[in-house]
Every structure is written in structure tokens, then in C-alpha cells.
Design a protein around this ligand. Structure first.
Ligand code: DGJ
Length: 509
């Protein structure tokens, strides 16, 4: 069984008592309707990039196609395949909401928009989004989700399922809030105490009084967070797996409704934390160029970093390394990961990229399969080192975060290390890596696209040289020296686009 533990201030995922990092990929939305195709096109191939976890949807529309009757065929197939390939699963519950719409609800619910009423724009036009204030719909979703969790508890003997994402990128597009009659009534009332713990009975504030211009977005966030809390808690009562939800980020032009209003964007996190405590984290879906800023925003003591969707051009290999080692991510997953292994990747049409406001460059696949695969392999190999050194001064990470950045200077006890970033080229990752100070004079450097130079500490005017320098890698948890280097090879220490490692022992003279 999977659980999140706090190890000296670092949230850590444990599976069956062992620390686990999900080196993952998320499959395309429609991949999981067909287990046979999944077997051939995904499960058989994922080893090529050293994934240990797959993120896969479970569709409410097929799980409960007839009201009250549950069909777990697709879930059973997934668990069986995960066991066969010795991989883990994070399931995506495509229930009431997916990308601000209600496209995955069962047909019987789609057809009954009287009972399962929709969000209305100002003026009465309906969205294809069931209102989060529709208690009948939320109850049905909570019931289906709890049946799913119960089924997982009863059948998943090897803990293949390690987490579940509840819904997908919720919120409202095209409006800042719901204006249906039920929403009008609630918005006209006072703000729930959980959002205004200080308020007294006498002075119960209205949404507008309390939140001014943000009132509509806070209201939407509270509506969605409350609905997800009801759904997630119903499921966790049956099987207490870690549950999360993901977020469509706040993006230009920055007004609620241009991105899904009410989703757990940065400034609405406080609402989500108050109203949805059953979600242990909110995972950002990152298709923007400023990936590391977003990783930082969504890494908080109350929100361990978990990236369920991320761009999949070669730079993703660099972000993966940094996410796991610097931000202690629990999971990292490029979206549409099967494209990496396809003979002819079925890339997203330009219209979809445009509609979802994705950076088109984020879907350029050249170089990703190899570089990401090697990063995932190395991360798996060095897990014991990471667990030993994380949170200490003996492990420091670097990442080229923008084009203008030339490098960084990492300070250790006896030496400082200058890391110069190589310029990024097409199909190559960005400069990124980690330095482990194994003892005062021995360093292990893992990274790419950078050159490395040692310096003595300020005031120490001796020169530095290497007692030994080895280029190598890790295999079954052990350091493997591939080449001892001296002479010309000692003059510079450069790592190029394929992630590589040096083990260096220094001395001063
Ligand atoms: C974000 C969504 O969460 C995914 O399901 C998918 O639609 C991608 N965008 C884009 O393909």
C-alpha cells in the first residue's frame, strides 16, 4: 500500500514500506479504452525510457455506463498489466470534470440535464460543465469513485495502484463563476466559516464584501474544492490511497475564465487547502517555458511536488532531474508519453494545442526518449545516495533556468565548484545536474550540458588538481568506472547532451 510520510521535513512516497519515486509518463486521454493496444503500444515499450510508473485514465462513462451497475474490466486489465510488467499505476479519475468540461460523465447523466444541471453563464447560456453545486451529480460521482476505490482495495494484491488523481483540471472556462439559480443563491449568502475563520455570527460577510474583485474566483474555487473533497473523501473511506488533483495553470491573459476559474491556481491554493484536505497535493500540469518557477510554486511543506503532466521536448530530461533531486518530487510525467516510442507519433493537432493554450515547442520529441530514459535510469540507480544526502549541505543541484544564465558556483567545505552552462541546441536538454560531496575531497557529479571546474576556498591560494578522475556510470547500484582520465582528458570536465557522471578526488598544492 502506498502512503506519504514526512522524513525530516521531506514528504516522501512509500510503497509497501519502501521509498519510491515515480519516474512516470502520462498516456494520451483515449489510450486506456483498449487494453490490447495499450499492451503493445505502451506497456511493452515503456522500458525503453526506464519508466517505473504509468499515469492512466479511468473513465466514469465506461465504469458505470448503466446507472448503478459497475464494470471494472478496464481497471482490472490495467492492474494486471502493471503487475505483469512490474510497474506502478497512478489512476486518473475522469469523473464529473475533465479540462473544465463534463465530457466523461456516463451517457445517462449527459442526457438528463434537468437533474444534473449545468453551469450557466451570466445571461443563462449553459456550459457543457455540470455545476459543482449540483449535489445529485456530486453524490453520483462520489458513489462511483468510492466503488472504484473499494474495487482497487479488493483486487490490487500487489499495490500496483499507488495514487489516484481525482478529476482533471477542474474549473470554468469562459466565465468567472456559475450563474445558475443555485449558484446565485449560494453566492448571495455569507462566506463559509472555513474561509473566514475570524468572522463572528453578527458580521457574516458576503463573498463580495470579503473578497472584492476576487470574490467570483474564490467562490468557484470553494465550489469545486468542496465537491472534490466530497468525492475524494468518499473514495478514501474505502481505500486510503494518496489522492491529488491537478491544475491548468494560470496563464496569459490572466483573468479567471481565460484559464479555468476555480481551479487550484497559485492564488487559490489557500481555498483548496482549506476546503479539500483529503487531497494531499495539487499537481501542476506544466507546458509553459518557465517550468522551474512553477515547480517552485507548487513545492510547499503542505504541497509536495508531483508533476502529473509536463512538456516532452528534450529539456524535460533536465527538469526531471531537478524536480526529483532539488524539489524532492514524488512523481514526474511527460504527457502523451507513448509518443516517445511510436514509429509515427500521433501528435496533437495544432487546433488542440491552441485550444488548450499549450506551448507548441513542448511537443517536439527529438532527443527526449534517450535523455529522459537515461535520467530516469540514473535516478533509480542513485536512489540510496539521494536518500542519504537529501536535505544536507553535501548535495547541491543546478539547472539552467533561462537563456541568459551562464552558470553557477556551488560552495562545499574544502572546494567551490564552478559550473558553466553550455548553450542549448535543438533536441538537447538544458544544463542540469547534481553534485554529491562524498567526503571533503571526493565528488560525484551527474549532469548534462555543462563544464565543471574546481576552485579552492577564498583566501586559500593553492591550486587544485585531481588525485583521480573517473568518467563512468552506475549499474545495479554501484559506481562503474568507464574511463580513468588524465592528461588531455583532465584539462576540462564536460558533460554533453546525454546525462553523464564523473567521480573526482581532489588535492591542493
Ligand atoms: C491537459 C489535460 O489535463 C490532459 O488531459 C490533456 O488534455 C493535455 N492537456 C493536452 O493534451
Amino acid at each position: 500500500m502506498a502512503e506519504i510520510r514526512n522524513d525530516n521535513g521531506i514528504s516522501t512516497l512509500y510503497v509497501d514500506g519502501q521509498p519510491f519515486q515515480a519516474f512516470a509518463g502520462e498516456v494520451h486521454n483515449s489510450a486506456a479504452y483498449d487494453p490490447e493496444r495499450m499492451e503493445i503500444e505502451i506497456w511493452e515499450k515503456m522500458e525503453q525510457s526506464n519508466l517505473n510508473t504509468l499515469i492512466v485514465p479511468v473513465y466514469w462513462e465506461t465504469l458505470e455506463s448503466e446507472e448503478g451497475k459497475f464494470d471494472f474490466t478496464l481497471v482490472d486489465a490495467l492492474i494486471k498489466q502493471a503487475d505483469k510488467y512490474k510497474k506502478k499505476l497512478i489512476l486518473l479519475w475522469f469523473g464529473l470534470w475533465k479540462n473544465a468540461e463534463s465530457a466523461y460523465v456516463p451517457v445517462w447523466m449527459k442526457k438528463n440535464s434537468e437533474t444534473y444541471f449545468r453551469v450557466e453563464l451570466y445571461g443563462g447560456e449553459r456550459l457543457n460543465t455540470i455545476s459543482p453545486l449540483c449535489t445529485a451529480a456530486v453524490e453520483k460521482d462520489a458513489n462511483a469513485f468510492s466503488r472504484l476505490m473499494e474495487h482497487i482495495r479488493e483486487t490490487d494484491e500487489n499495490s500496483a495502484v499507488i495514487m489516484v488523481q481525482v478529476e482533471n483540471e477542474v474549473g470554468l472556462l469562459g466565465t468567472e463563476r456559475d450563474y445558475c439559480a443555485q449558484a446565485e443563491e449560494v453566492f448571495g449568502g455569507s462566506v463559509p466559516e472555513m474561509l473566514l475563520p475570524e468572522q463572528t455570527e453578527k458580521e457574516r460577510a458576503t463573498w463580495k464584501e470579503a473578497f472584492g474583485d476576487d470574490a467570483e474566483e474564490v467562490f468557484s474555487a470553494w465550489c469545486f474544492a468542496s465537491a472534490l473533497e466530497q468525492i475524494a473523501s468518499a473514495g478514501r473511506e474505502k481505500h486510503p490511497l494518496p489522492c491529488l488533483t491537478n491544475v491548468w495553470l494560470k496563464q496569459f491573459p490572466w483573468y479567471p475564465g481565460s484559464y479555468p476559474s476555480g481551479g487550484p491556481v497559485e492564488d487559490m491554493l489557500w481555498v483548496w487547502k482549506a476546503a479539500a484536505p483529503s487531497l494531499f497535493t495539487i499537481g501542476p500540469d506544466i507546458y509553459v517555458p518557465y517550468v522551474s518557477d512553477i515547480m517552485k510554486t507548487y513545492s510547499r511543506p503542505d504541497n509536495p511536488l508531483l508533476i502529473p503532466e509536463v512538456r516532452k521536448d528534450a529539456v524535460t530530461a533536465s527538469y526531471a532531474l531537478y524536480a526529483f533531486l532539488h524539489f524532492h518530487a514524488l512523481c514526474y510525467a511527460p504527457f502523451g508519453v507513448e509518443d516517445l516510442w511510436a514509429d509515427q507519433p500521433s501528435d496533437l493537432p495544432a487546433e488542440v494545442i491552441d485550444a488548450l493554450k499549450l506551448d507548441p515547442l513542448s511537443f517536439n520529441l527529438s532527443g527526449t526518449k534517450e535523455t529522459l530514459g537515461e535520467v530516469y535510469r540514473l535516478l533509480e540507480e542513485i536512489r540510496p545516495l539521494y536518500l542519504k544526502y537529501r536535505g544536507t549541505e553535501h548535495m547541491k543541484c543546478f539547472l539552467k533556468q533561462s537563456d541568459g544564465e551562464q552558470g553557477c558556483y556551488l560552495k562545499f567545505k574544502n572546494y567551490d565548484i564552478e559550473i558553466q552552462y553550455l548553450p542549448r541546441t535543438d533536441g538537447a536538454p538544458a544544463a542540469a545536474g547534481v553534485v554529491f560531496e562524498l567526503d571533503e575531497n571526493t565528488f560525484l557529479i551527474i549532469g548534462m550540458m555543462c563544464s565543471i571546474r574546481f576552485h579552492t576556498k577564498p583566501g586559500d591560494h593553492r591550486r587544485v588538481d585531481f588525485l583521480t578522475k573517473e568518467a563512468g556510470t552506475f549499474h545495479v547500484g554501484k559506481w562503474v568506472c568507464e574511463q580513468r582520465q588524465n592528461g588531455d582528458e583532465k584539462i576540462v570536465s564536460v558533460l554533453y547532451n546525454m546525462p553523464g557522471c564523473f567521480r573526482i578526488e581532489t588535492f591542493k598544492y
